[in-house]
Design a binder for this molecule. Structure first.
Ligand code: ATP
Ligand code: MG
Length: 326
């Protein structure tokens, strides 16, 4: 398919969806390159699922445009459907059927003949570590098994574009890792993945690019590295000898770094951003000035580090920014 390798997988401009007077999606512009994982990150109610549902042709946009591999999601919905697959937050397998029956049924619906359907089901069950649970009803699966059978169902026919809407929410670390491996595998076979998540570490590990959405708008977009550097070059972490001097240390850091200081649960720890936009000094220079100011006040620092902010810090900084009225 030529349109799979040329041009972006998804392009939206000014995409809007309203529910009553709630603009759930409020003018979203996205360009998702083909062949990688694209992360859509946002808090509850940000509009992630609504964007996905419009792209998957399940919901009609109220404004703007969206194209999937060059095909308009409204005017060429059938073309789009042929290329995409969706694993929703609330997925589509039949609870009363076994894992194997579900996959065979779906494979038959996709036009595989019976022996081929049986073979494909067995292959996927093995790939997803579900062989032992193949003949158990899906309603008796654990959350992690359920998520894996959902993804297996959505890649029966290798789609060009796979929507994964919060595929790991509520999973334990081991199951999350398994799902991550599956996602990497799917992408290695040429599928583009649009992944929505509330977990920043997940986006950080899997996604080549990330859009952060809040209140139905894209508030930041870029590679994980670009997003991190957009909110400041560095994150300063300090541990004090004496917890009683922490309030004083926080004031000194806030002054020296011209920004907010976070007090960690640990009573001797403080964290702050350095090198934020608008400052004419680099992060390292600011951080060393801050350390000098602490020393001058006679506050003993036991441990100090200057690193890239985590995506969590980025996310908090970005979403806090949008709460300020424009
Ligand atoms: N079918 C609907 N009818 C009315 N309002 C809706 C409908 N679907 C979503 N909304 C509203 O649209 C907004 C965005 O919802 P959406 O489900 O897209 O958020 P989300 O980012 O996926 O959140 P979550 O992380 O909780 O899944 C919310 O205010 C929600 O209440
Ligand atoms: Mg959602």
């Amino acid at each position: 398919m030529s349109d799979r390798t040329t041009g972006p997988a998804i392009e939206t401009s000014g995409l809007v969806k309203t529910f009553g007077d709630n603009r759930a999606v409020d003018g979203v512009d996205l360009t998702v390159p083909a062949g990688s994982v694209y992360g859509v990150l946002g808090p509850n109610g940000a509009g992630k699922t609504t964007v996905v549902r419009m792209l998957a042709t399940l919901l009609r946009p109220d404004g703007g445009e969206a194209r999937v591999f060059g095909h308009d999601v409204v005017r060429e919905a059938a073309e789009v459907r042929r290329r995409v697959s969706l694993t929703g937050q609330y997925a589509s397998v039949d609870e009363d059927l076994t894992g194997s029956e579900n996959l065979q049924l779906l494979a038959r619906l996709l036009g595989h003949r019976k022996p081929a359907a049986r073979e494909r089901a067995a292959e996927l069950l093995a790939a997803f570590g579900l062989t032992e649970a193949a003949d158990r009803q899906v309603k008796k699966y654990s959350g992690g098994m359920r998520r894996r059978i959902d993804i297996a169902a959505s890649i029966l026919n290798t789609p060009d574009l796979l929507f994964l809407d919060e595929p790991t929410t509520g999973l334990d670390p081991r199951s999350r890792n398994q799902v991550w491996d599956i996602i990497r595998e799917v992408v290695a076979h040429g599928t583009t993945v649009l992944l929505t998540t509330q977990y920043l570490d997940e986006a950080d590990r899997l996604a080549s690019r990330i859009a952060v959405i809040d209140h139905g708008r894209v508030i930041a977009e870029g590679t994980p590295g670009q997003l991190k550097s957009s909110v400041g070059a560095g994150s300063v972490h300090v541990r004090l000898r004496d917890p009683h001097r922490r309030a004083e240390a926080a004031r000194i850091l806030a002054d020296a770094l011209a920004g907010d200081v976070q007090l960690d649960a640990d009573p001797v720890a403080l964290a702050a951003r350095a090198g934020a936009h608008g400052s004419d000094r680099g992060a390292a220079e600011q951080a060393s000035a801050a350390l000098a100011a602490l020393a001058a006040a006679g506050i003993v620092v036991d441990d100090f580090s200057l690193g890239q902010p985590s995506l969590d810090e980025v996310f908090l900084a970005l979403t806090a920014r949008t709460e300020v009225p424009a």
